[in-house]
Design a protein around this ligand. Structure first.
Ligand code: CTP
Length: 404
């Protein structure tokens, strides 16, 4: 832990009722030692395990315990607005469920809903509870919304039990807070990401599509937001995006082309993660095609290669990134696409690998650069793949040399 890394940062430390609440006292002290201004918020159940006085003694401000205790009628909005980060350690199953469902029934849940600051939750509970589908679903939902989750460790639990569900040591919690508040290497940069598979209409009810879910593109947009970028997401997917992303919904390759090309000149970075149709029906029937009219002759025509068009007209310093869905020779095919499209990086992913590619939550890829750069990203969540891609983009933007 680098002392002072949190200097001047305001952290709301939420503490729920679990045996690990005693460790939160140490988390609080270490956050203060790292320079943070810490305001503890304790739930009623937390007070069964630890006293507010203990937290008040080690924190930067008196511990808060209720929506109604202070003269301030809206402590949650004040806390939420002024926080640079909200950290919940330990986070119980109840807290995770309430937060995921948008229920505010105490000061901590109200603060979580009122804040726009990054949030870290550190679940801790018995193994059976942690592994319950309801808890796992809530955690997945929170992650998908951009909430950072510090997974519990395997170890000793309350009552002498052992298993997964133990709150990591205070140093690990503080390291996760530091990561949450890490410098934003895309601060102020304009980033445009495309996502999803386009749909090319045959008639008013049918289309030619592909298997892309948009998950990787949406993860890229969220990652760029986390790093401080101003993000536009041109998406053909129905997935949602967090409130700070400027979402442009499109359906066809032509709509995506228009949405991207009209915004391209303003962007510092463009990442074409969408699976854009290479061909579309030359004519889309105005009326639904009927069986009675026999088998239709469908004539296709090529769409514009948006990435290649961007490669031809981009301004100096703009970083252009493409994706390549491959089933083998990732590096060779990625390099061929780099040259063909004039991109800086191609993220070649092996869509044939188990767990990778279309509609999975995980992906595996090789990132190739036009300077001979190669980075293998082993099977990881699409969020982690997104982080790896933006590590390399940030490197190109700042002119840093690749890692050895
Ligand atoms: N792309 C694009 N416009 C298109 C088609 C693709 O911008 N009309 C972009 C995709 O967003 C992606 C990259 O180009 O970044 C993929 O290149 P592509 O040559 O289409 O590769 P594959 O989809 O893998 O298809 P193929 O190997 O058959 O060429």
């Amino acid at each position: 832990m680098s002392v002072g890394r949190l200097a001047g940062r305001r952290v709301v430390l939420g503490v729920c009722g679990g045996i690990a609440a005693y460790k939160a006292v140490e988390v609080c002290r270490r956050l203060v030692d790292a320079g943070a201004h810490v305001v503890p918020v304790l739930t009623d159940d937390a007070l069964r395990f630890v006293g507010a006085v203990t937290f008040s003694a080690v924190a930067s401000e008196k511990a808060q315990t209720s929506l109604w205790a202070e003269a301030d009628p809206i402590p949650h909005t004040r806390l939420g607005r002024s926080a640079d980060a909200v950290v919940v350690a330990p986070a119980t199953a109840r807290l995770l469920g309430a937060y995921a469902a948008g229920i505010s029934d105490d000061l901590l849940t109200a603060t979580l809903l009122a804040t726009r600051a990054p949030v870290l939750v550190c679940p801790a509970m018995h193994t059976e509870m942690w592994e319950h589908a309801a808890v796992q679903d809530n955690v997945a939902l929170l992650r998908a919304r951009g909430v950072a989750v510090l997974d519990p460790e395997v170890g000793r639990l309350a009552g002498g039990d052992r298993g997964a569900g133990r709150l990591p040591e205070p140093a690990a919690v503080v390291a996760a807070v530091e990561a949450l508040l890490a410098p934003k290497d895309l601060a102020g940069r304009k980033v445009l990401v495309t996502a999803g598979g386009t749909r090319e209409p045959l008639d008013p009810v049918r289309f030619i599509g592909n298997r892309s879910s948009g998950k990787q593109g949406h993860a890229l947009a969220e990652e760029a937001v986390k790093r401080g970028a101003l993000v536009t997401l041109v998406t053909a997917s129905a997935l949602t995006a967090s409130f700070s992303v400027d979402v442009v919904r499109v359906e066809t390759a032509a709509e995506m082309e228009e949405a991207v090309l009209t915004r391209a000149d303003r962007q510092d970075v463009i990442v074409m993660a969408a699976a854009v149709a290479d061909f579309r029906p030359k004519v889309a029937a105005e009326q639904k095609l009927s069986k009675a009219d026999g088998v239709p002759d469908i004539v296709l025509e090529p769409t514009t290669d948006i990435l290649a068009a961007l490669g031809q007209r981009r301004r100096p310093g703009q970083v252009l990134v493409g994706f390549a869905a491959e089933t083998g020779d990732l590096v060779g095919r990625g390099e061929a696409k780099l040259a063909a499209k004039g991109a800086d990086l191609i993220v070649a992913n092996d869509v044939s690998a188990p767990g990778a590619g279309f509609d999975h939550d995980t992906n595996a890829a090789v990132i190739v650069g036009n300077d001979g750069f190669q980075r293998e990203v082993p099977m990881a969540s699409k969020r982690d793949v997104a982080a790896a891609v933006f590590d390399e983009i940030a490197r190109l933007l700042t002119g840093r040399r690749p890692r050895a």
